[in-house]
Design a protein around this ligand. Structure first.
Ligand code: NAD
Ligand code: UDP
Length: 310
């Protein structure tokens, strides 16, 4: 049994991770400032003796006694991370420094929720961990992309300079229940629009691709990564390598919801990556890990979650 801190624990991924770690018999401290997280995501855990909730902003230092830290605090949807870009980069950078400072003091192991965005608009396909990326350092997405890149840098510098045990996971697009209704990311947007019979907003021509991982698969991968030997830092890609165009996703969701919604085309946001698909050979070999939930099954579960909420 370990004492585990999850920063961003009331968010979409964080709340599923709280559930998984409590099921496994650990004590969990969920830290969140509720910027994009929601108490409803963790309400069922309040009162559980293995669960504690701390309202805190990770840009400020925190003193706790823990064995492991999953550093997930950061808005993940482009709409939310661009709302206050200075705060976004402070969250990634100051959050990493505060998390690593805590880890150094109490000798805890840290897992950093990094992102496929460190590859930017990639020139190689699929993206392998060796690829250094093609990120615009001054665009609308930079607060997120460069913040996450700086956080990776800090992880490795604390590891080399101070011997902190770190694990870097590059998470590719993940979806599932507990994404918020106004999250703004594509899967929740399309499902909510379809369930309301409202226009499905495809940005650009919809020919850009993404690969969508169901949340349960991703959480299993995060836990496996945390449990790898101390000298394995990653970075490692986690995501589902089955790739779709955004237009294909829109059509799939319309069909599965039985919606009368129509597809409409809206301008493509700046620096929107053209294609994205993880190479997960490293995770398959090392953990081993392989996503198991098909897009049909995952969307079905996500649609069932949203149906009573819209
Ligand atoms: P989310 O927005 O649902 O969760 C982020 C959580 O962090 C929220 O609960 C939010 O309130 C909290 N938070 C934000 N700023 C904070 C701060 N300054 N102090 C304390 N808490 C703060 O997003 P998510 O999809 O659950 O993403 C979780 C992590 O995984 C993020 O770091 C994100 O960058 C990373 N990630 C997610 C995906 C994905 O597809 N879901 C892909 C790549 C990376
Ligand atoms: N997208 C879209 N309509 C929406 C929301 C997103 O066409 O209502 C597109 C977006 O332009 C991007 C893809 O879907 O090409 C994935 O967007 P998301 O915000 O989910 O995450 P990203 O992978 O861009 O960070």
């Amino acid at each position: 049994m370990e004492r585990i801190l999850i920063t961003g624990g009331a968010g979409f991924l964080g709340s599923h991770l709280c559930d998984r770690l409590i099921e496994r018999g650990h004590d969990v401290i969920c830290l969140d400032n509720f910027f994009t997280g929601n108490k409803d995501n963790i309400r069922h855990l309040i009162g559980n003796p293995r669960f504690e909730l701390v309202r805190h902003d990770i840009i400020n230092p925190i003193f706790l006694e823990v064995d492991q830290i999953y550093n997930l605090a950061c808005p993940a949807s482009p709409v939310h991370y661009q709302y206050n870009p200075i705060k976004t980069i402070k969250t990634s950078v100051m959050g990493a420094i505060n998390t690593l400072g805590l880890a150094k003091r109490v000798k805890a192991r840290v897992l950093q929720a990094s992102t496929s965005e460190v590859y930017g608009d990639p020139e190689i396909h699929p993206q392998t961990e060796e690829y250094w990326g093609r990120v615009n350092p001054i665009g609308n997405r930079s607060c997120y992309d460069e913040g996450k890149r700086a956080a990776e840098c800090l992880m490795m510098d604390y590891h080399r300079q101070n011997g902190v045990s770190v694990k870097i996971v590059r998470i590719f697009n993940t979806y599932g229940p507990r994404m918020s209704l106004n999250d703004g990311r594509v899967v929740s947007n399309f499902i909510v629009q379809a369930l309301k019979d409202r226009d499905i907003t495809v940005y650009g021509k919809g020919s850009q691709t993404r690969s969508f991982c169901y949340v349960d698969d991703l959480i299993a991968g995060l836990v496996k990564m945390m449990e790898t030997p101390a000298d394995f830092t990653g970075p490692i890609n986690l995501g589902n390598p089955i790739e779709f165009t955004i237009l294909e996703l829109a059509r799939m969701i319309i069909k599965m919801t039985g919606s009368r919604a129509k597809i409409v085309f809206r301008p493509l946001p700046q620096d929107d990556p053209v294609q994205r698909k993880p190479d997960i050979a490293m995770a398959k070999r090392i953990f081993p890990w392989n996503p198991e939930v098909s897009i049909e099954k995952g969307l079905e579960k996500t649609i069932s979650y949203f149906r009573p909420l819209v």
